[in-house]
Structure formats: structure tokens, C-alpha cells
Design a protein around this ligand. Structure first.
Ligand code: PAF
Length: 297
């Protein structure tokens, strides 16, 4: 049976008991905002496979939503979430209220510079500061050895890795593969907002990312050339309203020169897109590398 903790005190006691029963046990942590899907389940299962104890948190964190974003209408379904968490093997679920997490407005901020300059860091001001505060608080409460994050939020993974490194938090950040619907759409709690027409047009994201590798392997293709082709492909969907299409060095998320030739760009690159369909903003990405490719002459 999954154990449900709603207060920090309950969570601390539950963890203390488990750790007393089995000294030295390893704790894996899966922080979420709920409305769980198969992507979350895959994080839980990975933690269960790698750790003695798996803690899941479900908390829609107001600090990481902008004033015109979807905090109020963010989907919530506690009973379904708990059933899925239990079926995936989680041992403890922590479901605090906003008042429990933030009895007073935090005066402490966590800002990870540089990695947040682009992508969602640029288009959602303050978002990653809110993520930094809540993830730090959750890490302090759960004290896991390992924490599992989905690569759909590749920038979030980079931010949290940098935060844990900079602040000497003894936690291994484990990035996990994006989980997709059979037709390619990346799983997201926000997919539920999409109308049938938006849902079908949103396939353009995974389709354009899938094409990017072969486009980039074309001789003479530059960074900007790839961004333009991917953007044009996305624009073929009438309902798509592009927020960004960016290609950055991975994992540092530093910009590349627009005229840089892809076949001469070493290492891994992150091609990331954020696109609105109606009121729903979706993100997706793919890690690419081009430099090992040999050109037949
Ligand atoms: O990825 C999310 O769901 C959230 O940003 C997180 C990490 C749970 C923090 O609120």
C-alpha cells in the first residue's frame, strides 16, 4: 500500500521510520505536479528498480507559474494519480497543500544563471526560480540519493543539475527518456487541454524533430538553416503558434553561431521547440549530434 503524507511532519516521520527499519536504504525521488501519465510512471518504475524506497511528490507549485499561465486550471486528479503511483511501485506519496509548502511567502530565491538565458527561461520569466525553490525544499524534505526527471523538460534537467552541483547537494540527478504516444506526441499533463483538431496538428512537433537529424546531415546545412526548416515545417500546421525553435549546445545550453556548419559542430546539440496550439503551450525536444557523420564525396 502506498503511504500518503500531506504534511512535512508526516513525511519526515515516515522517512525516519523507514530509515530506522533498514539503515542505509537508498531513496529515489520523483517530483511531479500530478495528473500523472505513463511518462511519470516510467520515472517511478526506474526509481523502484534502482532504489530501496521511492518517494513521489504531487504539488502544483504556484511559484513557477507566471501571472497569465495555467496555475488555476492545471489538471488535477488525486485519486487517479495515487492509483497509478501505487501500481508503478511508489512507496510514499507526498501531497502538501500550498499553505503547507509555503506557510509564508519565501524570501529566499534560487536563480541559476546562463542555463536559463534561453528557451523556457527566456519565455517564462521567473519560472525556473520557482522550480529551484520548490525542488530545493523537496530535496531537503525527502533527502534522496537519486532524483528522476523527464527529458521533455531538458532545460529543467540542466537547471537542476547545475543547482545541485553549485550547492553541493548530494543527489544524483537521473534524466529519463521522453515517453511518447504511439503517434509520436510527447506525453504531457497539458495534452488534456487540446481539442481533437489541436491534438492532431500538435503531431507536427515530434514529426519536425524526427526530420531534423536528416536535414542537419545535408552538406552545407547551418544552425540557422536547420532552425528555419524546422520552423517552416511547424508553420504548415495552421493552429501552430511558435514560441521558440532553438538549437543549443548540450548540456550547457550555450548558443551556437547561426552560420555554424552542423557537420562541423562537435558534441551533442539540443533542438528544442515550444509551440502554442490555442491556449495550450507544448514543448518537445531532441538531442542530436552531427559531427561524426562522414560525407561521401
Ligand atoms: O517538472 C515538473 O513537474 C515540475 O517542474 C517539478 C519538477 C515537479 C517542480 O514543481
Amino acid at each position: 500500500m502506498i503511504m500518503i503524507c500531506r504534511t512535512k511532519q508526516q513525511l519526515r516521520e515516515a522517512l525516519e521510520n523507514k530509515r530506522k527499519q533498514k539503515p542505509g536504504l537508498t531513496t529515489g525521488f520523483v517530483p511531479t505536479m500530478g495528473y500523472l501519465h505513463e511518462g511519470h510512471a516510467s520515472l517511478i518504475r526506474r526509481s523502484v528498480a534502482e532504489c530501496d524506497l521511492t518517494v513521489l511528490s504531487i504539488f502544483v507549485n504556484p511559484l513557477q507559474f507566471g501571472p497569465n499561465e495555467d496555475f488555476d486550471r492545471y489538471p488535477r486528479d488525486e485519486q487517479r494519480d495515487l492509483a497509478l503511483a501505487e501500481a508503478s511501485g511508489a512507496d510514499i506519496a507526498f501531497l502538501p497543500t500550498v499553505e503547507e509548502m509555503y506557510p509564508t511567502k519565501p524570501l529566499t530565491s534560487i536563480t541559476v544563471d546562463v542555463v536559463t538565458d534561453r528557451l523556457c527561461g527566456a519565455s517564462r520569466p521567473g519560472h525556473f526560480d520557482g522550480v529551484g525553490v520548490v525542488v530545493s525544499k523537496l530535496f531537503n524534505l525527502v533527502q534522496p540519493q537519486r532524483a528522476y526527471f523527464g527529458m521533455k523538460d531538458a532545460q529543467q534537467v540542466a537547471v537542476i543539475r547545475r543547482m545541485t552541483d553549485d550547492l553541493d547537494m548530494p543527489i544524483k540527478i537521473v534524466p529519463c527518456d521522453i515517453v511518447r504516444e504511439p503517434d509520436g506526441l510527447a506525453l504531457s499533463s497539458r495534452n488534456v487541454y487540446l481539442s481533437a483538431e489541436e491534438r492532431s496538428q500538435a503531431l507536427v512537433l515530434s514529426q519536425s524533430l524526427a526530420k531534423a537529424k536528416s536535414i542537419g546531415e545535408t552538406a552545407g546545412k547551418t544552425v540557422q538553416g536547420l532552425i528555419d526548416e524546422v520552423s517552416n515545417h511547424i508553420r504548415e500546421s495552421q493552429l501552430a503558434d511558435i514560441d521558440y525553435v532553438e538549437l543549443l549546445a548540450y548540456p550547457n545550453l550555450t548558443p551556437l553561431a547561426p552560420n555554424q556548419l552542423l557537420l562541423e559542430t562537435p558534441g551533442e546539440l539540443l533542438l528544442a521547440v515550444a509551440v502554442k496550439f490555442g491556449r495550450t503551450r507544448l514543448i518537445d525536444n531532441r538531442i542530436l549530434s552531427f559531427s561524426e557523420v562522414t560525407i561521401d564525396v
